[in-house]
Design a protein. Structure first.
Length: 564
């Protein structure tokens, strides 16, 4: 995998640490997801930053499941996280860790803090703790249990572990400063009692460490040098540092960056879970989801996501990245690499009345004009074809240059054809066939007499085409920022009701019969498509549109550049 082409403030900090010999020149990062949902494109940014730094500095990056909160965590999520990080192309060697593996060690550190007089067992309940905490403008009040002796604290904490007290009745708290201007430093809770089955430790524990206690110590235990996280943890850094300083253990440097926000979608696991649970989408891997598994199912490549994360940069300022930036990355990549094919997604039958019945010609088509080494292929042409319904109008509006009665157009790689009439369903009046004649002298798509046509259409031979389902996707949300809703309004009021269109009658060029599941093509004039491997396993041929084409031929035709 290539090195990142851009530098950023995090890399500047690491360069400086290497220069002054901090951490002995070592670079060791980690990606610490909480397994309470599937990873999304925001996580991909965090993964690319931490794994990318390890890659570029010849360092290491651990994958750590931050599984200290037993309620919401499941092994399904653990497996999905592992699959997604691997798919993105990153490798943690044998360093897949679980914060829950450190429960015993963390308990030991808690005992040490108590012995240092830096932690105490508090009998206030959650509500009382909140009341004592004070506000941004007022200092908090000391807990009446703050001055318990070390001996009493040790005894009570050990009995908390043994399960002698009910849930929520006691906590272990750091003894810092109830008047600190940083509310997080006002004697934060380090442990709570919670009788909850844990996905790995089952019922072994009934006390669980809080994030701030577990996270810094997990980093320390693993010898992490740079603990990179998002800005919302900036206020937690003093606590991170305080705990490690009291215990005099290996002390990583926490560095915060602005999280990724993407337009027209949500990047909160809680909201994504709601979409899945309430069947607003078909699952975590629905191709409309901003999850890594959704993007994969849509047809995004790992390299396109890595390039996207690289291109948006790393900063300390929150912003919303437009989703078109993501779409452009895959479009650029596939423009270079995807073989071209012709596919008709809303078919309309065309009969070439002066073309012999039963005759088939093999016409030559270019596989990729951006990569001529991809060669050419043969496309069968015959008397009956399909074109897109949209490419024909019986009574065309002004400036409609495609097919209509009396008009001549080019069929790509084939011939000029001229419409001479239509056949309608006598009952509905709907056009069921378009009749054309072809000019045999225009074989390959050029007229020897130099005459021009204003449109080039894609087509498939009716007899040779294969059938497929095609799925077209639009933005999942109509609003640029779907989170921006008035109090009491569900963010899902911004869902786009037209985000999925299923076309079951598509007809494709015959070579696609053997397309391997998971392969990508440019369907000419329609966009880039991905043969869905999940449906393929179930014996169904479904092509997902990854993204549309930016430059349609129509635009080129306007510039008079159109050729074939
Ligand atoms: P969510 O808000 O979606 O629940 P989270 O921060 O709770 O996300 P974690 O599993 O704790 O999810 O995240 C693992 C890592 O990924 C953290 O270091 C977190 O900072 C980072 N991360 C999460 N969301 C984003 C994002 N949108 N952009 C960049 N990094 C992110
Ligand atoms: Mg989190």
């Amino acid at each position: 995998m290539e090195k990142s082409i851009t530098t950023n403030f995090i890399r500047d900090i690491i360069d400086e640490h290497i220069r002054i010999g901090r951490f002995g020149g070592r670079v060791h990062t980690r990606f610490p997801p909480e397994p309470n949902g599937y990873l999304h494109i925001g996580h991909a940014k965090a993964i690319c930053i931490s794994f990318g730094i390890a890659r570029d500095y010849n360092g290491l990056c651990n994958l750590r499941m931050d599984d200290t909160n037993p309620e919401k965590e499941e092994s399904e999520y653990v497996n999905a996280i592992i699959e997604d990080v691997r798919w993105l192309g990153f490798d943690w060697g044998d360093r897949l860790y679980y914060a829950s593996d450190y429960f015993e060690k963390l308990y030991g550190y808690a005992l040490e803090l108590i012995k240092l007089g830096k932690a105490y067992v508090c009998d206030l309940n959650a509500e009382q703790i909140r009341d004592f905490r004070g506000t941004l403008t007022e200092p908090g009040k000391n807990s009446p249990f703050r001055d318990r002796s070390v001996k009493e604290n040790l005894d009570l904490f050990e009995r908390m572990r043994k399960g002698e007290f009910p849930d929520g009745s006691r906590t272990l708290r750091a003894k810092i400063d109830m008047a600190s201007p940083n509310i997080i430093m006002r004697d934060p809770v380090l442990y709570r009692i919670k009788r909850e089955n844990h996905h790995r430790t089952a019922d072994k524990w009934c006390i669980y460490p809080m994030y701030d206690f577990a996270h810094c110590l997990s980093d320390s235990i693993e010898g992490i040098t740079h603990s990179i996280c998002t800005l919302e943890f900036e206020n937690n850094r003093p606590l991170y540092d305080w705990i490690l300083d009291q215990l005099k253990v290996h002390h990583p440097q926490q560095i915060e960056f602005a999280r990724l926000n993407l337009s027209h979608t949500v990047l909160s696991k809680r909201k994504l879970l709601q979409l899945v649970q309430d069947s607003n989408v078909e699952g975590w891997d629905d191709p409309r989801m901003p999850t890594i598994s959704g993007l994969r199912r849509r047809g995004y490549t790992p390299s396109s996501i890595r390039n996207f994360c690289d291109s948006i940069g790393v900063s300390k300022v929150d912003s919303i990245v437009d989703i078109t930036v993501l779409e452009n990355t895959i479009r650029e990549e596939l423009n270079k690499s995807a073989p071209r094919a012709m596919a008709v997604i809303k078919p309309l039958k065309v009969v070439i009345t002066n073309y012999p019945e039963g005759k088939t010609e093999e016409l030559e088509a270019i596989n990729n004009p951006e990569d001529l080494s991809a060669g050419t292929r043969k496309v069968p042409f015959s008397r009956e074809l399909y074109i897109e319904q949209e490419d024909f109008q019986e009574t065309p509006p002004p400036k409609f240059f495609r097919l209509s009665p009396g008009k001549e157009v080019r069929l790509r790689y084939a011939y000029f054809v001229k419409c001479i009439g239509v056949v309608k369903d006598p009952k509905t009046g709907q056009i069921i066939e378009v009749h054309c004649t072809y000019d045999p002298a225009t074989r390959g798509g050029d007229a020897p007499d130099g005459r021009k046509v204003k449109a080039t259409l894609h087509w498939v031979s009716a007899r040779h085409a294969i059938e497929a389902e095609v799925r077209l996707y639009e933005l999942l949300f109509t609003a640029r920022n779907p989170n921006d809703v008035p109090e009491g309004v569900d963010f899902r009021s911004n869902l786009n009701p037209k985000s999925l269109e299923i076309l079951k009658e598509a007809r494709l060029e015959p070579f696609l019969k053997d397309a391997p599941p998971g392969s990508r093509y440019q369907f000419e004039r329609l966009g880039y498509f991905y043969l869905d491997p999940v449906f393929a396993k179930a014996g169904k041929r479904v092509f997902n549109r990854i993204v549309t084409l930016k430059d349609s031929w129509a635009k080129e035709a306007k510039k008079g550049l159109e050729k074939r």
